[in-house]
Design a protein. Sequence first.
Length: 553
Amino acid sequence: MATTRKRLGDLLIESGLLTDEQLMSTLKEKPRDQRLGDALLQRGYITEQQLIEVLEFQLGIPHVNLFRYPFDPKLFNIVPKGLAKQNLIVPLKKDGDKLFVAMADPMDYNTIEDLRLSTGFHIETAIASKDDITRTITRYYDEEVFDDLLFEEPERQAQQQQEEIVDMDSPVVRLVNQIISSAVSMKASDIHIDPQEHQVVIRFRIDGKLQTERVLPKHMQSSLIARIKIMGNLNITESRIPQDGRIKVTIDFRPIDLRLSSLPTVFGEKIVMRILDLSSSLNDLAKLGFGHTNLQSFLREIEKPNGIILISGPTGSGKSSTLYAALNRLNGEDVNIITIEDPVEYQLEGINQIQVNTNVGLSFAAGLRSILRQDPDIVMVGEIRDKETVEIAIRASLTGHLVLSTIHTNDSVASISRLLDMGVEPFLLTASLNAVVAQRLIRRVCRDCGTRQQATEREKEIFARHGMTIEEINRGPGCPVCNLTGYKGRIAIHEVLIITPEMRDAINRNESPSILRTIAEKSNTIFLIDDGLEKVKQGITTTEEVLRVALME
């Protein structure tokens, strides 16, 4: 008797992963040619792992984890790299006339038929996640590059270095491309190339944590660094002073911008590349992790016609993303928005962006002075670093402009102290400053392995100190999807300090930071630690993550 196969949407609802409303809204809004599974993933309703498990049940096709899978390197010669990359296929094993392959879409019968004709094997399929397949292709298809480089004689390599670093087919060029491609596929934010005494360590920063990707022999250092410097238009003959550059590449049809920095160390030049994925820049404030109260407060402040709004936090805390999302919301044909940045990270349509260039005298202060002659409504200054910049920003806000900027401080109250330390008069500060937003990035618990656990006594005590109760915590023991870390992705925690009349009076009286904090508490300010603990209650993150970035008072 023929059995009727259930539709994907019904299976997801039955397994409790999706609601009727989510399914109906996705079906209504998705493009006609987009698969339902991809549309649900894009909206964040389900994870890829959950989709794979349901497809496995629906199609009766096994699911395979490629993390630490014992691959046979010979099979990578059977399936060409172009075909593997274009159709997201990885060869797993060979058994007689059968070739077992992992696919992101095992229902792509055209690709299966192409593979059967090109290899001569009968094709058996398994399901694997896109990230898993991309990572495997990036790592294994270029493995011969490392063999070429590892066994090359250092003397011979030194003689040929000059030609090799510009020849697109040379091993060192392919190695650099492979490192960048691998970092992008693993959603790393930075690539670190660390020269040590006897080796070169390549590390990726993923979800805020550095992890070693691979270790290369010392003789590869000079050609590797020379190749990267050529890509960033840096001077390869100068290795005694720090240099900065920029690399633009396209990986899997996505434009990727790399901010490049070289620094001389005792064992050679250390290279750090900050990855800016231009296709995935967050332009929606609602997706940045603002709690409801903080989001309403922030929206109220950025919609004011004038004043200064500061975003504070250390490097890599997502300040730029918040600024760009705010500008994106304010952007319209009836407003003139001008920014001055160092560097311009993301290009926004309809916004005039200026790049700081100290070599020709275009500093933040000089640029800001010129911007004010351009009849702007909203001005964004990349960073407030000195007294001159902050004074011009204050002048701009007092003459009817909304000014957005960032400042490097630990929290919102410390930002006020920092501005006063710079020599700003208290009465000018209180007349112009509207709000200070402090933010940090914390790691999210992996949605695929996260499980509810009983909260410890210490955790209950921490929550009680902040007027909250907690019984259960969501924690991830680690799985192949999150590289056994228990965390995948990041979210921001915020502290939105509104400068109230009482706060203005206290600043004018030069009160201490502790008094300013007490006033902030009275006006129901949600501090970083409180916002973080609220996200722990919601099962988004863990107490350890919050305490790693926010101080307990």
